[in-house]
Design a protein around this ligand. Structure first.
Ligand code: F6R
Length: 264
């Protein structure tokens, strides 16, 4: 797990976008794992700018989103389908058939989840997975206590997540109780992960994820076991890390070629 602390969320988001853009340029048929929520919004803005200004080409890219609410039609304004088209897909040249988001209206949920997993495998697996983190340590919608080897399935949101996500709805009562989410095992199979976390609100859970024990009670802590995870945070989210100086020291003293792989 590499921890990179940048002064602002904007700086960290630019690096996330550069990592994704680098992946696409290196392999135009890349498979991206994507997240929704407030955290990745700036990253998507940067990717849109890179497409419009630098010709970043999404035409051969395939995407898989982490999650979707059960019972919301794709065109519901708070669905993750709507979110992704609004903030990324409609602004770039991605082919709609290469966009994959769990179907919250699937009739046979277990079968749909198995097919989602099969499709990820058939596409060669996820090259780079973008992640946020919930205040309770969830990644995707793998709430505390999720199996660390779980696959795509239905989950029940915690009261806290319902409250946190209610900003995308008119009221907390409208947030669906159930979601479909890639499992922690699914996320762990990605060849690389980039996790973003911003603000003091995330400081405590970031410290638990990075420096606490690996535990199903903090699902994101499973990433300590992942071969290539970059945790990109702002100053505020770094406030509770005990080894913050060391992470900064490592970053400042990277060989130039390593810095270039991240920042260029
Ligand atoms: C959304 C997702 C969630 C969010 C998390 C943080 O697709 O996978 O794990 O990343 O709930 O949400 P924000 O970014 O709104 O704080």
């Amino acid at each position: 797990m590499e921890v990179i602390i940048k002064p602002t969320a904007g700086d960290a988001s630019l690096i996330a976008a550069k990592l994704i853009a680098r992946q696409i340029r290196h392999k135009p048929t890349s498979v991206l794992g994507l997240a929704t929520g407030n955290t990745p919004l700036d990253t998507y803005r940067h990717l849109v700018k890179m497409h419009q200004g630098e010709g970043l080409d999404f035409s051969r890219v395939t995407t898989f989103n982490l999650d979707e609410y059960v019972g919301l039609a794709p065109d519901h304004p708070a669905s993750y389908h709507s979110f992704m088209w609004e903030y990324l897909f409609k602004h770039v040249n991605i082919k709609p058939l290469q966009v994959n988001i769990p179907n919250g209206l699937a009739k046979n949920i277990p079968e749909h989840c198995r097919e989602y997993e099969d499709k990820i495998r058939a596409c060669g697996g996820i090259d780079i997975q973008l992640l946020g983190i919930g205040g309770d340590g969830h990644i995707g919608f793998n709430e505390p206590c999720s199996s660390l080897s779980s696959r795509t399935r239905i989950k029940t949101l915690t009261r806290r997540t319902i409250q946190d996500n209610s900003t995308f709805f008119d009221s907390a009562e409208q947030v669906p109780l159930h979601v479909l989410t890639m499992g922690i095992g699914t996320i762990m199979d990605s060849r690389s992960c980039v996790l973003l976390a911003f603000g003091t609100r995330k400081a405590e859970i970031v410290a638990k994820m990075v420096e606490g024990p690996i535990s199903a009670m903090v699902p994101a802590s499973a990433l300590q076991w992942h071969e290539k995870t970059t945790v990109l945070i702002d100053e505020e989210a770094s406030g509770k890390l005990t080894r913050k100086d060391y992470y900064q020291w490592v970053y400042q003293n990277k060989p130039a070629w390593q810095t270039a792989e991240i920042e260029s």
